[in-house]
Design a binder for this molecule. Sequence first.
Ligand code: PCG
Length: 153
Amino acid sequence: SDHERTFVMVKPDAFARGLVGEVVSRLEDRGLKLVGIKVENMPRERAEEHYGEHEDKPFYDDLVDFITSGPVVPMVWEGQDATRQVRQMIGETDPLEADPGTIRGDYALDLGRNVVHAADHEDDGANEREIAIHFDDDELIDYDQHDAEWLYE
Ligand code: PCG
């Protein structure tokens, strides 16, 4: 639907490298609607909840250390097939596999410093779960996207 919501987060590596605007800009330019955004140092407890599915993986501790090491920018974007559109724009998790033209394919080299996180499009509950972990309902705002009539048939 036009109103599908997806969770995206600029990671500390990209924040430090001044890529927040670049990430936001690409998603805006595509026509997606920004309905939630903040900047914060993620509390460790929330990072553990966010990456709970990786708890048993060997890289889990490093992952939680890294995501709590500096500012992140959690966001919620809305639009037609938003989850798949965003995944395609971000590219494969491993930057080596990410196509040029994708965010990771243009700005990242290393799997553990891959610029952005996006909810897994193959996990149906991922968006709702991750949005609920990072945002209260009243932090997601309701407004008319003025160019919607030119973006949608
Ligand atoms: P993200 O944030 O989309 O989800 C989990 C993160 O773990 C992933 O991006 C990578 O940055 C990081 N990571 C580090 N090592 C590995 C690994 O060996 N496999 C996977 N899947 N992710 C890894």
